[in-house]
Design a binder for this molecule. Structure first.
Ligand SMILES: Cc1ncc(COP(=O)(O)O)c(C=O)c1O
Length: 386
């Protein structure tokens, strides 16, 4: 008999971790590695957030908070929706979570029974499948590509919805493609899911990072949808492990019970610190960072195209470029490992995000300053010429 439960062998490791582990080994040998693999901003946590955390430590604010989160933070999150989307959100609908990861697990645990499935795009954020596996539910992969803007469409919903399907998870902007679902697409999916009496979860973790168009929150369209978001990306707080869910009011007691039992609450210090993230001084810093991300994208995208990468995913948001490497390889993992060994560039193979066209795609994160991106482009030029 196996020593560990089946779910452990069913859940694959993050491929990017393999790349990262090798990158660290090479760095330990003195090699200069350009990290374009990790999905986190290179900017540190903004100073006003740090100051707020320091004050909270000094004041010994280190006890548990209520399961649903600090009321001050729940109100601040609700106000963010007023500012960004002109939406009135009752703070009672805001549930503070240990990152979007905690939020996704909670929402799936709230909504899915064993054996039921949730439609999600392939390529997509890999951990979603594993959250479902953990609760004995399943991901129903929906292949997306340039023909559907790398997002689930109504036609795909018709094609992939099964009797065991309970709902749909979208991410806009998406990881790994950086693509946004348009208002029309969101409306169509929302209608399609409602017609089937299903639930709709939208991961809006990158909503603060859109460059050419204003993001649309699903809550502008469907007040019964579940939004998962986090302080990790736009707010530069990956390691603090704090995020939020906006849930329909009748779902909050169920979520509260789940948070109580699974986590007790999100980390107190992180919640205290996050209150400062919405203050104007901090938002000004974050908006300046967004401009920098846009400049990086505008530099890197044409450079990659010139080098022969085919990029058909409009990278309108997040900090990722999802590139087709067909011209160079049909084994994204071998391609990434070779680039790392020979040129010291770390990027993520498509196989991390699903199986649809995964061997011919890679994800490149522009989470390095333009100066470093320029070095990366030169090294790529050398690599691809050989
Ligand atoms: C689409 C998406 N959702 C959720 C997460 C998890 O984020 P968090 O750090 O808030 O747990 C990530 C992290 O990369 C992500 O890209």
């Amino acid at each position: 008999m196996a020593k560990f439960a089946n779910r452990v062998s069913d859940i694959p490791p993050f491929q990017v971790m393999k790349v990262l582990a090798r990158a660290k080994q090479l760095e330990a040998q003195g090699r200069d590695i350009i990290h374009l693999e990790v999905g986190e901003p290179d900017f540190g946590t903004p100073a006003p957030v740090l100051a707020c955390a320091q004050q909270a430590l000094q004041d010994q604010l280190t006890h548990y908070t209520p399961a649903l989160g600090l009321s001050e933070l729940r109100s601040a999150v609700a106000s963010y929706y007023q500012q960004q989307y002109q939406l009135e959100i009752n703070p009672a609908r805001v549930v503070i979570t240990p990152g979007a990861s905690g939020g996704l697990l909670l929402v799936f645990a709230l909504l899915c029974n064993p054996g039921e499935n949730v439609l999600m795009s392939d390529p997509g954020y890999p951990c979603n499948r594993q959250f479902l596996r953990l609760i004995e539910a399943q991901a129903q992969s929906v292949p997306v590509d340039a023909s559907n803007g790398y997002q689930i469409t109504e036609a795909l919903l018709d094609q992939y919805w099964l009797p065991s399907s309970r709902g749909v998870l979208l991410a806009s902007p998406s990881n790994p493609t950086g693509t946004l679902a348009s208002r029309q697409q969101l409306q169509a999916i929302s209608d399609g899911v409602s017609k089937r009496d299903g639930f709709l979860i939208v991961d809006e973790i990158y909503d603060g990072l859109t460059y050419d168009q204003k993001p649309v929150s699903i809550l502008e369209i469907n007040k019964d949808a579940y939004v998962v978001n986090s302080f990790s990306k736009y707010f530069g707080m990956t390691g603090w492990r704090v995020g939020w869910i906006i849930a329909p009011e009748d779902a909050v007691p169920g979520l509260e019970k789940l948070v109580q039992n699974l986590f007790i609450a999100a980390p107190t210090l992180a919640q205290q610190a996050a209150v400062a993230a919405f203050e104007p001084e901090c938002m000004a810093i974050l908006e300046a960072r967004k401009i920098e991300f846009k400049a990086r994208r505008d530099y890197l995208l044409p450079q990659l195209q010139q080098l022969g990468f085919k990029i058909d995913a409009p990278c309108d948001g997040a900090f990722y470029i999802y590139a087709n490497i067909e011209k160079f390889s049909n084994d994204s993992e071998a391609f990434c490992l070779k680039l790392l060994e020979e040129q010291g560039i770390a990027i993520t193979p498509g196989i991390d995000f699903g199986s649809h066209n995964a061997r011919t795609h890679v994800r490149i994160a522009y989470t390095q300053p333009i100066k470093r991106l320029k070095v990366a482009v030169e090294r790529l030029r050398t690599a691809l010429a050989n």
